[in-house]
Write a protein that binds this ligand. Structure first.
Ligand code: HEM
Length: 411
């Protein structure tokens, strides 16, 4: 049995990230681009999409030519909850470096290792809650009732955010990411996104004021009190950093666990092996990250006239390195379209980016996902999607199932 893609790619169409068929299954379009037009101008978005591994690598590592400054405006547009200041993901070196050094202290491997015990507890609390609600066997939604609640709890604890607000976070963050699709929405949907963006900001303002008056042992308090080059961060800078960590830390890990369940169901022989040998969880996660990455692309813009893959790109143009396409580049990966957990890493995958903005949360994300899968495999005798259909998120930037009903039986 395998999960089918709900929409078959019509390759007569060119790659268009806003097209529904592409959002459902972008991979055949990426393959066609790599073969025929690896740097493709998308006139309706006034953007150059970049498909080959080497070109994506070049764009991400050369911050002098390919700037990150438009990243946040491209992603969130007017729905940025803190439009007054850029987050570090939208800053170029050297300015970005001191902010990164400060925040990074919470995400180094030793800090992440110290969170593992709590991660195990959180997974088991969530599973206990499901058993209390549905009994020893039944059905639940893998995304809405498990994967969406788990990383938000962890990042909430790191930041010092009360966990009772975690379900609201999921809605706020989903809508912020949906803002990437804003060209496709009507006024009602846009009003909803506006409302949730404002709610997120109000919430962090209140939390900032509470922690400023009464600092706690949490990251938000650290960001408020710490000094950067002799100066403390302003209220707005702290709000923006908190928003970035929430966006970076919630949806991504949720989607990694969502994609992992999809791939396990598509590859039952792999599921069987991982069930009987939990030490295969890390290579399983690495292959899910490569094969179906949760961040499909990034945003840069040119600071000078340049040429990439034989295509002239004028100064000031948007460039979209397609991480997910680079990960399937057949010149870098043998049998790139085959899902293979025994794969030896030929070149670094692009899923966490490359260069100065390489994901700050990669250790945390890998730990969270590994702990979740290990605990889930130990606690459930049966856990499998009830349908072959996958309803993917309505986003070309973020990849993951929107929801995924699973049938379960606990051991
Ligand atoms: C599967 C999980 C994740 C994936 C695939 C992922 C992917 C990425 C990618 C591709 C970038 C590079 C952005 C760029 O170059 O413009 C990035 C940056 C970043 N990620 Fe993640 N991420 C994940 C989880 C997390 C988590 C759990 C956090 C933690 C809170 C996090 C925090 C960040 C931050 C703060 C940045 C910006 C770093 C900078 O600008 O220097 N990410 N992530």
């Amino acid at each position: 049995m395998s999960l089918s893609n709900t929409v078959t790619a019509d390759l007569a169409d060119k790659y268009d990230p806003l097209n529904d068929a592409v959002k459902q299954n972008p991979y055949p379009y990426y393959a066609k681009m790599r073969a025929t037009e690896p740097v493709m101008y998308l006139p309706h978005m006034d953007t150059y999409a970049v498909a080959s591994y080497d070109d994506v690598d070049k764009v991400l590592k050369d911050h002098r030519l390919f700037s990150s400054q438009h990243f946040w405006p491209e992603l969130l547009g007017e729905y940025d909850p803190v439009p007054e200041v850029p987050p570090m993901i939208s800053m170029d070196p050297p300015n970005h470096v001191h902010l990164r050094k400060l925040a990074n202290k919470a995400f180094v491997p030793s800090k992440v290792a110290a969170m593992e015990g709590r991660a195990v507890e959180i997974v088991n609390e969530l599973i206990d809650g499901l058993v209390a609600k549905y009994g020893q066997e039944g059905e639940f939604d893998w995304v809405w009732e498990f994967t969406a609640l788990y990383p938000v709890t962890i990042i909430s604890e790191v930041l010092g955010v009360p966990t009772e607000r975690r379900a609201e976070f999921k809605v706020w963050v989903d809508d912020l990411l949906a803002a990437a699709n804003r060209q496709a929405y009507g006024p009602e949907r846009l009003a909803e996104i506006r409302k949730h963006s404002d709610e997120l900001r109000n919430f962090f303002e209140q939390l900032y004021d509470a922690r400023k008056a009464n600092p706690q042992d949490d990251l938000l308090s650290t960001l408020i009190t710490a000094e950067v080059q002799g100066e403390t961060m302003t209220r707005l800078e702290v709000l923006q950093m908190a928003t970035l960590l929430l966006i970076g830390g919630v949806e991504t890990t949720t989607n990694l666990l969502g994609c992992t369940m999809v791939e396990l169901h598509r590859h039952p022989e792999v599921y069987q092996r991982v069930r009987s040998d939990h030490s295969l969880v890390p290579p399983l996660l690495e292959e899910v990250l490569r094969f179906n990455p949760v961040v499909q692309m990034l945003f840069r813009h040119t600071k000078e006239d340049t040429e990439l893959g034989g295509v002239k790109i004028p100064k000031g143009k948007a460039v979209m390195p397609l991480l997910a396409s680079a990960n399937r580049d057949e010149s870098k990966y043998a049998n790139a379209d085959v899902f293979d957990i025994d794969r030896k890493q030929e070149v670094p995958m692009m899923s966490f980016g490359q260069g100065p903005h390489f994901c700050m949360g990669s250790f945390l994300a890998r730990m969270e996902a590994r702990v979740a899968m290990e605990q889930v495999l130990s606690r459930f005798e049966v856990l499998e999607p009830v349908s072959n259909e996958v309803h993917w998120l309505d986003s070309y930037f973020a990849r993951g199932p929107h929801s995924l009903r699973v049938r379960f039986k606990v051991r």
